[in-house]
Structure formats: C-alpha cells, structure tokens
Design a protein around this ligand. Structure first.
Ligand SMILES: Nc1nc2c(ncn2[C@@H]2O[C@H](COP(=O)(O)OP(=O)(O)OP(=O)(O)O)[C@@H](O)[C@H]2O)c(=O)[nH]1
Ligand SMILES: [Mg+2]
Length: 312
C-alpha cells in the first residue's frame, strides 16, 4: 500500500461505498449494523418494525469505508406508515454498491424473503446473504438453512453470523468491503453516522419508550423534537456546567396509551427519560437534559397529514 502525502492520507487502493442491509422485520438488521460498526448507532428491539427510517452507519477500516444503510423490515403493509416504510426499502436498494440480505438461521425461508429477493435481484447489485442469529439454531438446522439459502439466489457469498456474540462479523465486514468500489473516503474516517443529532435523539427516545411494551402499542409511538439548545445545568436544578437541553414529544394514538406510557405516578415516563438520556450521552457525548411530553395524535399511522408532521 502506497500512502499519498496528505496529512489525512489513505492508501491508493482504498475502497468506499454504500451497502444496504435488508430483510424481513425483526431479522436482526439493526443489531448487525451496530456490530459491523462496532458501536450502537441504530436502535433495536424484540418487536418487529422497530426501524422506521433508513439510518446510515459508517464502518471505518484501514483499507476502506463502508456506509451501511440500515432499512426498515420489508413487510405486508397494514397502514399508510407501513407502505411508506416499504418505499424506503425499495428506494435504498437502487442507490447502493452492494445489498446485504438478512435471513435468520432459526426461521424457515418464506414468501416474505422471496418477495424481497425479487426486489433485490431487480436492483442488479452484488448481493451478500447474512444468515443471522446463528446462536439460535442447532448445527444441523443451520446447515439445512445455509443449503436452503444457497438455492434461493446467486449470492456473492453467504455468511452465517451472530451479531450478539460477534461471531463472523469481521468476515462479513471483509466480504462487504470487497464489493465496494475504489474511492477516497466519503465521510471523515472517525465518523460512525451521518444522521443529524435530532434524528439520533428521536430514535433513542423511541427505543427507550419501546422497552417492555406489548400488543400494538410499539407501533403507535412516534417522537418529535421541538427544541434543542445549549444551557447551564442549573437552569433545571442540576449541576453547574454546559448541558444540552432537549424538548421532545412522545406521540401515541389513544388516550389509554398515554396512561401506559406515563405509568403509575409517572414512573414509566421517568424510566424512559433516564434510559434515553443515558443512551444519548453514550452516543453523542456531553451532558443532556430531557423534557418529554406525551401527546395524542389520533390514528396517525393512517393519516397522511399527521404522517407528514411526524416526519414520514
Ligand atoms: N439471539 C440473537 N438475537 C439477536 C441477534 N441479532 C439480533 N437479535 C435480536 O433480535 C431482535 C430484533 O433485532 P433488530 O436488530 O431490532 O431487528 P431488525 O431486523 O432491525 O428489526 P426491524 O427494524 O423491526 O425490521 C432483538 O431482540 C435483537 O436483540 C443474534 O445474533 N442472536
Ligand atoms: Mg431495525
């Protein structure tokens, strides 16, 4: 490798490009994205349809840079929101240098995978298959799944991977990088995402709010931010020193849901605040103060006007 003479030099054979991560809901796309980056950028949960916007997360290596595009899980839409989420997946397929399709090791390949595969094939990009959650399958079942996947399409490569233990994550990273074109770095080489502070804050608040929720409630939650400003901690009765104050709203669809989010004596909302602040400080650094308001946006998932206001 011959370095050029600039202070922020990169090798002449440096590669950089985009790879989107696609798959059915809950297949481990966002967990895998974070594992590939080596830091939590995308939110995750054990509920399907957690990811609601494409999130760019950046993998930096000596020999290259991969901009991962984590996408919502492709599913059969039941609401206008669902249709918008699927549109995001379709759009991202056409704009990348490689497609990483996630199929879990512990679930049979089904019509949802085949439908997505059809879209991916039509995008004419190199495709890699990540067989995710290998810790959840016995060796024989995993072998059968790898066989089934290999018969599905002509993937460049198939990598069994476990995002939670890190097994084979480096192997997958190298295979993705191999598909990237020769290019100088596209982002600063210490960046982990190019999402705005506001987007990341909204996502992390939603992740905290999703925890422990059941039934349809996770789908009913949306977050907006009214204001982010720098201030002194004493303004909110905290310690002296600079603090970023965030004023945000948690939108739900019904009055009964509002009560669940707030919890008895406000206990649940307090927990959401504490956990969201913790993860925001971890990702963005510095001290944060969060003010969260729970509001009702009736049936927003089906209402084009409200969807627009909530950023979809
Ligand atoms: N056991 C195990 N669980 C995993 C693994 N990867 C992800 N999970 C879990 O699977 C669930 C879904 O993970 P996500 O990363 O949110 O899945 P996703 O595909 O991004 O989901 P959507 O954004 O809703 O489409 C979470 O509870 C994860 O902790 C893995 O390698 N092993
Ligand atoms: Mg996700």
């Amino acid at each position: 490798m011959k370095m050029n003479e600039y202070p922020h030099a990169w090798p002449e054979d440096f590669k950089a490009g985009f790879a989107c991560i696609v798959g059915r809901p809950n297949t481990g796309k966002s967990t895998l994205t974070n594992a590939l980056v080596g830091q939590k950028v995308a939110i995750t949960s054990n509920r399907p349809e957690t990811t609601r916007r494409t999130i760019r997360a950046i993998v930096n290596r000596e020999e290259g840079q991969i901009i991962l595009v984590d996408t919502p899980g492709l599913h059969r839409p039941r609401t206008l929101l669902g249709e918008r989420l699927n549109d995001m997946v379709r759009d991202s397929l056409s704009d990348v240098d490689a497609i990483v399709m996630c199929i879990p090791a512990d679930e049979a390949v089904g019509p949802g995978d085949r439908f997505l595969l059809g879209l991916a094939v039509a995008a004419h990009r190199p495709m890699i298959c990540a067989v995710t959650k290998v810790d959840k399958a016995e060796p024989a079942a995993l072998a059968a799944q790898l066989q089934a996947v290999s018969e599905l399409a002509s993937f460049e490569t198939i990598v069994p991977v476990c995002a939670t233990t890190g097994e084979n994550v480096e192997v997958l990273r190298s295979h993705i990088l191999a598909q990237m074109p020769l290019s100088p770095p596209l982002y600063p080489r210490d960046a982990v995402t190019d999402e705005s502070e506001e987007t990341l804050i909204c996502e992390l608040i939603r992740e905290a709010a999703l925890e422990d929720l059941r039934e349809e409630l996770p789908h009913s939650i949306a977050i907006t931010v009214d204001e982010i400003r720098e201030t002194d901690g004493r303004e909110f009765g905290g310690e002296r020193g600079s603090v970023t104050a965030v004023f945000a709203n948690i939108h739900v669809e019904r009055d009964s849901q509002k009560g669940i989010i707030i919890g008895r004596g406000g206990s649940r909302l307090k927990k959401i605040k504490r956990e969201a602040r913790h993860s925001i400080e971890n990702l963005l650094g510095g001290r944060f103060y969060l003010s969260l308001h729970v509001r009702i946006a009736k049936d927003w998932q089906r209402d084009p006007k409200q969807l627009g206001r909530l950023g979809f």
